[in-house]
Design a binder for this molecule. Structure first.
Ligand code: ARG
Length: 418
Protein backbone atom coordinates (compact mmCIF):
# COMPACT_ATOMS: atom_id res chain seq x y z
CA UNK A 1 0.00 0.00 0.00
CA UNK A 2 2.74 2.42 0.98
CA UNK A 3 4.69 1.54 -2.13
CA UNK A 4 1.60 2.10 -4.24
CA UNK A 5 1.05 5.52 -2.68
CA UNK A 6 4.67 6.37 -3.14
CA UNK A 7 4.39 5.34 -6.75
CA UNK A 8 1.29 7.49 -7.34
CA UNK A 9 3.09 10.30 -5.62
CA UNK A 10 6.02 9.97 -7.95
CA UNK A 11 3.77 9.91 -10.98
CA UNK A 12 1.90 13.06 -10.03
CA UNK A 13 5.10 14.90 -9.23
CA UNK A 14 6.80 13.57 -12.31
CA UNK A 15 9.85 13.27 -10.16
CA UNK A 16 10.50 12.56 -6.54
CA UNK A 17 10.72 15.32 -4.03
CA UNK A 18 10.20 13.15 -1.03
CA UNK A 19 13.78 13.52 0.02
CA UNK A 20 13.95 10.11 1.67
CA UNK A 21 16.14 8.19 -0.70
CA UNK A 22 19.77 9.10 -0.90
CA UNK A 23 20.64 6.96 -3.88
CA UNK A 24 19.27 7.76 -7.29
CA UNK A 25 19.67 6.68 -10.85
CA UNK A 26 18.86 9.55 -13.15
CA UNK A 27 17.76 8.37 -16.53
CA UNK A 28 17.69 11.36 -18.88
CA UNK A 29 17.38 11.70 -22.61
CA UNK A 30 21.03 12.76 -22.76
CA UNK A 31 23.82 14.49 -20.86
CA UNK A 32 25.58 17.54 -22.23
CA UNK A 33 29.33 17.24 -21.75
CA UNK A 34 30.15 20.87 -21.09
CA UNK A 35 33.86 20.37 -21.72
CA UNK A 36 33.40 19.16 -25.28
CA UNK A 37 29.83 20.05 -26.21
CA UNK A 38 29.02 16.41 -26.94
CA UNK A 39 25.65 14.92 -26.12
CA UNK A 40 25.98 11.61 -24.35
CA UNK A 41 23.41 8.90 -23.86
CA UNK A 42 24.01 7.87 -20.30
CA UNK A 43 22.60 7.41 -16.83
CA UNK A 44 23.90 8.93 -13.63
CA UNK A 45 24.16 7.21 -10.27
CA UNK A 46 24.06 9.59 -7.31
CA UNK A 47 24.67 8.61 -3.70
CA UNK A 48 25.00 10.76 -0.58
CA UNK A 49 25.30 13.94 -2.58
CA UNK A 50 28.00 12.67 -4.93
CA UNK A 51 28.03 11.50 -8.52
CA UNK A 52 29.17 7.89 -8.27
CA UNK A 53 28.90 6.56 -11.78
CA UNK A 54 28.06 7.70 -15.28
CA UNK A 55 27.35 4.95 -17.75
CA UNK A 56 24.85 3.64 -20.24
CA UNK A 57 23.05 1.19 -17.99
CA UNK A 58 23.51 1.22 -14.28
CA UNK A 59 22.34 -1.79 -12.33
CA UNK A 60 19.47 -0.90 -10.05
CA UNK A 61 18.84 -2.35 -6.61
CA UNK A 62 15.86 -2.04 -4.25
CA UNK A 63 17.14 0.93 -2.32
CA UNK A 64 17.75 3.02 -5.40
CA UNK A 65 15.17 5.48 -6.61
CA UNK A 66 14.92 5.83 -10.38
CA UNK A 67 14.33 9.30 -11.79
CA UNK A 68 13.14 9.04 -15.35
CA UNK A 69 13.57 12.22 -17.36
CA UNK A 70 13.02 11.01 -20.94
CA UNK A 71 12.74 14.51 -22.40
CA UNK A 72 15.53 16.23 -20.53
CA UNK A 73 19.13 17.09 -21.25
CA UNK A 74 21.25 17.13 -18.11
CA UNK A 75 24.01 19.58 -17.39
CA UNK A 76 25.79 20.65 -14.22
CA UNK A 77 24.12 23.13 -11.90
CA UNK A 78 24.77 26.74 -12.89
CA UNK A 79 26.82 29.21 -10.87
CA UNK A 80 26.60 32.97 -10.45
CA UNK A 81 29.57 34.88 -9.03
CA UNK A 82 27.68 38.09 -8.31
CA UNK A 83 24.32 38.15 -6.58
CA UNK A 84 22.67 40.14 -3.79
CA UNK A 85 20.26 37.75 -2.12
CA UNK A 86 19.46 39.81 0.95
CA UNK A 87 16.39 42.03 0.87
CA UNK A 88 13.16 42.54 -0.99
CA UNK A 89 14.24 43.30 -4.56
CA UNK A 90 11.13 45.42 -5.12
CA UNK A 91 12.45 48.12 -2.81
CA UNK A 92 14.46 50.64 -4.78
CA UNK A 93 16.00 53.98 -3.77
CA UNK A 94 14.84 55.37 -0.42
CA UNK A 95 12.31 52.58 0.01
CA UNK A 96 15.15 50.28 1.02
CA UNK A 97 15.37 52.11 4.33
CA UNK A 98 11.94 50.80 5.32
CA UNK A 99 13.27 47.26 5.66
CA UNK A 100 14.85 45.92 8.84
CA UNK A 101 17.77 43.56 8.44
CA UNK A 102 15.56 40.80 9.90
CA UNK A 103 13.00 41.28 7.18
CA UNK A 104 15.75 41.58 4.56
CA UNK A 105 17.19 38.24 5.71
CA UNK A 106 13.80 36.55 5.47
CA UNK A 107 13.52 37.83 1.92
CA UNK A 108 16.96 36.33 1.43
CA UNK A 109 15.42 32.90 2.10
CA UNK A 110 12.81 33.51 -0.58
CA UNK A 111 15.44 34.78 -3.03
CA UNK A 112 17.75 31.83 -2.35
CA UNK A 113 14.93 29.41 -3.08
CA UNK A 114 14.04 31.12 -6.35
CA UNK A 115 17.69 31.11 -7.37
CA UNK A 116 18.01 27.39 -6.75
CA UNK A 117 14.73 26.55 -8.48
CA UNK A 118 16.08 28.37 -11.55
CA UNK A 119 19.02 25.93 -11.69
CA UNK A 120 21.68 28.00 -9.94
CA UNK A 121 23.14 25.57 -7.44
CA UNK A 122 26.11 27.68 -6.29
CA UNK A 123 26.18 31.46 -6.00
CA UNK A 124 28.38 34.09 -4.43
CA UNK A 125 26.73 36.80 -2.38
CA UNK A 126 28.81 39.97 -2.63
CA UNK A 127 27.91 42.42 0.09
CA UNK A 128 25.42 42.21 2.96
CA UNK A 129 25.02 44.19 6.16
CA UNK A 130 24.80 42.57 9.58
CA UNK A 131 26.25 39.31 8.26
CA UNK A 132 22.76 38.38 7.15
CA UNK A 133 24.35 36.47 4.26
CA UNK A 134 26.29 34.35 6.76
CA UNK A 135 23.01 33.56 8.54
CA UNK A 136 21.38 32.69 5.23
CA UNK A 137 24.24 30.36 4.36
CA UNK A 138 24.02 28.68 7.76
CA UNK A 139 20.27 28.15 7.40
CA UNK A 140 20.82 26.54 3.98
CA UNK A 141 23.69 24.35 5.21
CA UNK A 142 21.63 23.25 8.21
CA UNK A 143 18.80 22.41 5.80
CA UNK A 144 16.35 24.71 7.57
CA UNK A 145 15.59 26.24 4.17
CA UNK A 146 16.49 25.43 0.60
CA UNK A 147 18.93 27.45 -1.43
CA UNK A 148 22.09 27.20 -3.47
CA UNK A 149 25.49 26.48 -1.99
CA UNK A 150 26.62 29.93 -0.91
CA UNK A 151 29.86 31.81 -0.73
CA UNK A 152 29.33 35.01 1.22
CA UNK A 153 31.30 38.20 1.75
CA UNK A 154 29.58 39.84 4.71
CA UNK A 155 29.70 43.65 4.55
CA UNK A 156 31.52 44.97 1.48
CA UNK A 157 34.47 47.21 2.31
CA UNK A 158 34.46 50.73 0.98
CA UNK A 159 35.64 54.27 1.59
CA UNK A 160 33.54 56.78 3.48
CA UNK A 161 31.08 58.19 0.98
CA UNK A 162 31.93 55.61 -1.69
CA UNK A 163 29.79 53.13 -3.59
CA UNK A 164 29.95 50.60 -0.74
CA UNK A 165 28.83 53.23 1.77
CA UNK A 166 25.32 54.60 1.96
CA UNK A 167 25.07 58.19 0.80
CA UNK A 168 21.35 58.71 0.58
CA UNK A 169 20.55 60.16 4.00
CA UNK A 170 21.60 63.57 5.33
CA UNK A 171 24.20 63.76 8.12
CA UNK A 172 21.51 64.06 10.81
CA UNK A 173 20.98 60.30 10.52
CA UNK A 174 24.67 59.45 10.93
CA UNK A 175 24.11 56.55 8.61
CA UNK A 176 26.95 54.51 7.16
CA UNK A 177 27.26 51.03 5.75
CA UNK A 178 28.74 48.25 7.86
CA UNK A 179 31.80 47.75 5.67
CA UNK A 180 33.12 51.30 5.64
CA UNK A 181 36.82 51.41 6.50
CA UNK A 182 39.44 54.00 5.66
CA UNK A 183 43.18 53.54 5.91
CA UNK A 184 45.18 50.30 5.93
CA UNK A 185 44.76 49.43 9.59
CA UNK A 186 41.06 50.15 9.73
CA UNK A 187 40.76 48.04 6.60
CA UNK A 188 42.77 45.15 8.01
CA UNK A 189 40.58 45.16 11.10
CA UNK A 190 37.44 45.04 8.96
CA UNK A 191 38.79 42.11 6.96
CA UNK A 192 39.61 40.27 10.20
CA UNK A 193 36.15 41.03 11.52
CA UNK A 194 34.55 39.66 8.37
CA UNK A 195 36.61 36.51 8.75
CA UNK A 196 35.63 36.25 12.40
CA UNK A 197 31.92 36.38 11.64
CA UNK A 198 31.94 33.86 8.84
CA UNK A 199 32.68 35.58 5.53
CA UNK A 200 34.20 33.36 2.84
CA UNK A 201 35.60 36.18 0.75
CA UNK A 202 36.14 39.93 0.78
CA UNK A 203 34.27 42.27 -1.51
CA UNK A 204 35.31 45.89 -1.81
CA UNK A 205 34.47 48.88 -3.94
CA UNK A 206 37.31 50.17 -6.12
CA UNK A 207 35.23 52.80 -7.99
CA UNK A 208 31.89 54.54 -7.82
CA UNK A 209 28.79 52.74 -9.01
CA UNK A 210 25.49 52.99 -10.82
CA UNK A 211 23.09 52.41 -7.96
CA UNK A 212 24.79 54.65 -5.38
CA UNK A 213 24.12 58.33 -4.94
CA UNK A 214 26.93 60.85 -5.42
CA UNK A 215 29.55 58.46 -6.70
CA UNK A 216 31.37 58.66 -9.99
CA UNK A 217 31.77 55.52 -12.09
CA UNK A 218 35.16 56.61 -13.33
CA UNK A 219 36.63 57.68 -10.02
CA UNK A 220 38.90 55.29 -8.18
CA UNK A 221 38.00 54.58 -4.56
CA UNK A 222 40.76 53.55 -2.15
CA UNK A 223 44.42 54.28 -2.68
CA UNK A 224 46.80 51.65 -3.98
CA UNK A 225 48.10 51.21 -0.46
CA UNK A 226 44.60 50.57 0.87
CA UNK A 227 43.77 48.06 -1.85
CA UNK A 228 47.01 46.22 -1.16
CA UNK A 229 46.12 46.09 2.54
CA UNK A 230 42.74 44.51 1.72
CA UNK A 231 44.27 41.89 -0.55
CA UNK A 232 47.19 41.10 1.74
CA UNK A 233 45.00 40.72 4.80
CA UNK A 234 42.35 38.68 2.97
CA UNK A 235 44.78 36.37 1.23
CA UNK A 236 46.72 35.71 4.40
CA UNK A 237 43.43 34.56 5.93
CA UNK A 238 42.59 32.31 2.99
CA UNK A 239 39.94 34.59 1.55
CA UNK A 240 39.59 35.65 -2.08
CA UNK A 241 38.97 39.24 -3.01
CA UNK A 242 36.31 40.55 -5.38
CA UNK A 243 36.59 44.19 -6.44
CA UNK A 244 33.66 46.19 -7.72
CA UNK A 245 35.06 48.44 -10.47
CA UNK A 246 33.60 50.27 -13.47
CA UNK A 247 36.27 52.87 -14.28
CA UNK A 248 39.60 51.94 -15.81
CA UNK A 249 41.81 53.44 -13.12
CA UNK A 250 40.08 51.49 -10.36
CA UNK A 251 40.11 48.29 -12.41
CA UNK A 252 43.85 48.60 -13.00
CA UNK A 253 44.60 49.45 -9.39
CA UNK A 254 42.59 46.47 -8.15
CA UNK A 255 44.35 44.10 -10.52
CA UNK A 256 47.76 45.49 -9.53
CA UNK A 257 46.81 45.04 -5.87
CA UNK A 258 46.25 41.34 -6.57
CA UNK A 259 42.47 40.85 -6.43
CA UNK A 260 41.01 37.56 -7.62
CA UNK A 261 38.09 38.96 -9.58
CA UNK A 262 36.96 42.28 -10.94
CA UNK A 263 33.20 42.73 -10.88
CA UNK A 264 31.51 44.72 -13.68
CA UNK A 265 34.83 45.65 -15.39
CA UNK A 266 32.72 48.00 -17.49
CA UNK A 267 35.34 50.37 -18.88
CA UNK A 268 38.21 47.92 -19.13
CA UNK A 269 40.47 48.31 -22.19
CA UNK A 270 42.50 45.82 -24.22
CA UNK A 271 45.73 46.44 -22.36
CA UNK A 272 44.05 45.91 -19.01
CA UNK A 273 42.31 42.76 -20.25
CA UNK A 274 45.82 41.45 -21.00
CA UNK A 275 46.99 42.54 -17.56
CA UNK A 276 44.09 40.66 -15.96
CA UNK A 277 44.93 37.58 -18.00
CA UNK A 278 48.59 37.66 -17.10
CA UNK A 279 47.72 37.91 -13.41
CA UNK A 280 45.07 35.20 -13.55
CA UNK A 281 42.32 37.63 -12.59
CA UNK A 282 38.73 36.69 -13.39
CA UNK A 283 36.28 39.18 -14.86
CA UNK A 284 32.62 38.99 -13.84
CA UNK A 285 30.82 41.22 -16.34
CA UNK A 286 27.12 41.64 -15.64
CA UNK A 287 25.99 42.50 -19.14
CA UNK A 288 22.27 41.74 -18.83
CA UNK A 289 21.30 44.02 -15.95
CA UNK A 290 21.61 47.21 -18.01
CA UNK A 291 18.55 46.27 -20.04
CA UNK A 292 16.59 45.71 -16.85
CA UNK A 293 17.70 49.02 -15.31
CA UNK A 294 17.00 51.05 -18.43
CA UNK A 295 13.90 49.07 -19.43
CA UNK A 296 12.06 48.69 -16.15
CA UNK A 297 14.00 51.04 -13.92
CA UNK A 298 11.61 53.99 -13.95
CA UNK A 299 8.62 51.82 -13.14
CA UNK A 300 10.70 50.02 -10.49
CA UNK A 301 11.57 53.27 -8.78
CA UNK A 302 15.29 53.32 -9.63
CA UNK A 303 16.37 56.95 -9.11
CA UNK A 304 17.26 59.17 -12.07
CA UNK A 305 20.87 59.55 -10.94
CA UNK A 306 21.29 55.77 -11.37
CA UNK A 307 19.51 55.65 -14.72
CA UNK A 308 21.75 58.44 -15.92
CA UNK A 309 24.90 56.58 -14.91
CA UNK A 310 23.62 53.37 -16.45
CA UNK A 311 23.16 55.13 -19.79
CA UNK A 312 26.86 56.00 -19.70
CA UNK A 313 28.12 52.54 -19.00
CA UNK A 314 25.79 49.75 -20.17
CA UNK A 315 26.62 49.73 -23.85
CA UNK A 316 30.36 50.21 -23.32
CA UNK A 317 30.42 47.32 -20.88
CA UNK A 318 29.00 45.03 -23.55
CA UNK A 319 31.50 46.19 -26.15
CA UNK A 320 34.30 45.58 -23.68
CA UNK A 321 32.88 42.19 -22.82
CA UNK A 322 33.25 41.31 -26.50
CA UNK A 323 36.87 42.45 -26.41
CA UNK A 324 37.45 40.27 -23.36
CA UNK A 325 35.88 37.27 -25.11
CA UNK A 326 38.03 37.84 -28.21
CA UNK A 327 41.13 38.11 -26.03
CA UNK A 328 40.23 34.85 -24.32
CA UNK A 329 40.08 36.45 -20.86
CA UNK A 330 39.03 34.52 -17.76
CA UNK A 331 35.34 35.35 -17.82
CA UNK A 332 32.97 34.08 -15.18
CA UNK A 333 29.20 34.34 -14.98
CA UNK A 334 28.06 37.15 -12.69
CA UNK A 335 24.73 38.92 -13.01
CA UNK A 336 24.02 41.31 -10.11
CA UNK A 337 20.71 39.53 -9.48
CA UNK A 338 18.92 41.49 -6.81
CA UNK A 339 18.70 44.51 -9.04
CA UNK A 340 16.44 42.28 -11.13
CA UNK A 341 14.37 39.48 -9.55
CA UNK A 342 16.24 36.42 -8.29
CA UNK A 343 15.72 33.36 -10.42
CA UNK A 344 16.05 35.34 -13.65
CA UNK A 345 19.86 35.04 -13.63
CA UNK A 346 19.88 32.87 -16.76
CA UNK A 347 18.64 35.79 -18.86
CA UNK A 348 22.27 36.86 -19.11
CA UNK A 349 23.29 33.83 -21.21
CA UNK A 350 21.58 35.25 -24.28
CA UNK A 351 23.57 38.48 -23.95
CA UNK A 352 26.84 36.63 -23.54
CA UNK A 353 26.16 34.82 -26.80
CA UNK A 354 25.04 37.99 -28.58
CA UNK A 355 28.25 39.66 -27.47
CA UNK A 356 30.71 37.10 -28.71
CA UNK A 357 30.62 33.83 -26.82
CA UNK A 358 29.56 30.51 -28.22
CA UNK A 359 26.75 28.90 -26.23
CA UNK A 360 29.23 26.37 -24.92
CA UNK A 361 31.59 29.13 -23.74
CA UNK A 362 28.74 30.87 -21.94
CA UNK A 363 27.81 27.63 -20.17
CA UNK A 364 31.46 26.98 -19.31
CA UNK A 365 31.70 30.49 -17.85
CA UNK A 366 28.91 29.70 -15.41
CA UNK A 367 30.20 26.24 -14.51
CA UNK A 368 33.85 25.30 -15.07
CA UNK A 369 35.27 28.84 -14.87
CA UNK A 370 33.18 30.03 -11.96
CA UNK A 371 34.01 26.81 -10.08
CA UNK A 372 37.70 27.61 -10.61
CA UNK A 373 37.28 31.11 -9.23
CA UNK A 374 35.45 29.60 -6.27
CA UNK A 375 38.21 27.02 -5.73
CA UNK A 376 35.58 24.29 -5.85
CA UNK A 377 37.30 21.48 -7.65
CA UNK A 378 34.46 18.97 -7.31
CA UNK A 379 31.69 21.24 -8.57
CA UNK A 380 30.60 22.52 -11.97
CA UNK A 381 30.66 19.32 -13.99
CA UNK A 382 28.81 16.05 -14.25
CA UNK A 383 31.71 13.77 -13.47
CA UNK A 384 32.31 10.85 -11.20
CA UNK A 385 33.18 11.92 -7.63
CA UNK A 386 31.81 15.41 -8.24
CA UNK A 387 29.10 16.99 -6.11
CA UNK A 388 25.66 16.03 -7.40
CA UNK A 389 24.50 19.45 -8.57
CA UNK A 390 22.60 18.60 -11.72
CA UNK A 391 19.95 20.36 -13.76
CA UNK A 392 17.74 19.28 -16.64
CA UNK A 393 16.35 21.27 -19.54
CA UNK A 394 14.14 20.41 -22.47
CA UNK A 395 16.14 20.58 -25.70
CA UNK A 396 19.76 21.39 -26.39
CA UNK A 397 21.03 24.66 -24.88
CA UNK A 398 23.84 24.71 -27.45
CA UNK A 399 21.18 25.26 -30.11
CA UNK A 400 19.13 27.71 -28.08
CA UNK A 401 20.81 29.19 -25.03
CA UNK A 402 17.55 30.68 -23.73
CA UNK A 403 16.43 27.16 -22.82
CA UNK A 404 18.47 27.74 -19.66
CA UNK A 405 15.86 30.30 -18.59
CA UNK A 406 13.45 27.42 -18.14
CA UNK A 407 15.09 24.74 -16.04
CA UNK A 408 12.84 21.72 -15.47
CA UNK A 409 14.86 19.57 -13.09
CA UNK A 410 17.15 20.57 -10.24
CA UNK A 411 19.23 18.33 -8.01
CA UNK A 412 21.34 20.10 -5.42
CA UNK A 413 23.89 18.23 -3.35
CA UNK A 414 22.17 14.96 -4.27
CA UNK A 415 18.71 16.15 -3.22
CA UNK A 416 15.93 16.52 -5.76
CA UNK A 417 14.61 20.07 -5.47
CA UNK A 418 12.49 20.30 -8.60
N1 ARG B 1 25.79 47.18 -8.66
C1 ARG B 1 26.28 47.84 -9.83
C2 ARG B 1 26.46 49.32 -9.56
O1 ARG B 1 25.66 49.89 -8.89
C3 ARG B 1 25.33 47.66 -10.95
C4 ARG B 1 25.85 48.03 -12.27
C5 ARG B 1 24.84 47.69 -13.29
N2 ARG B 1 25.16 48.13 -14.58
C6 ARG B 1 25.89 47.48 -15.45
N3 ARG B 1 26.01 47.98 -16.63
N4 ARG B 1 26.46 46.39 -15.16
O2 ARG B 1 27.39 49.88 -10.01
Amino acid sequence: MRRALLFIGLITLGISNLGVANTFIINPKQILNIETGELIKSQVLVRDGKIIEISRSIKSTNDIEIINLPKLTLLPGLMDAHVHLIGNTDLKGYEGFSESSYLATLYGAKNAKNTLLAGFTTVRNVGAGNYSDVALKQAINQKAIIGPTLLVSGPALGITGGHCDSNTLPPDFEHRSDGVADGPWDIRKKVRENKKYGADLIKFCATGGVMSKNTNLRTKQYTQEEMEAIVDEAHSRGMKVAAHAHGLEGIRAAIMAGVDSVEHSSLIDEQTIELAKSKGVYLAMDIYVSDFILGEGVEQGIPEYSLNKERQVGRLQRENFKKAVDANANLVFGTDAGIFPHGKNARQFKYMVEWGMTSLQAIQASTISTAKLFDMNDTGQIKESYQADIIGVEGNPLEDITILENVKFVMSDGVVIK
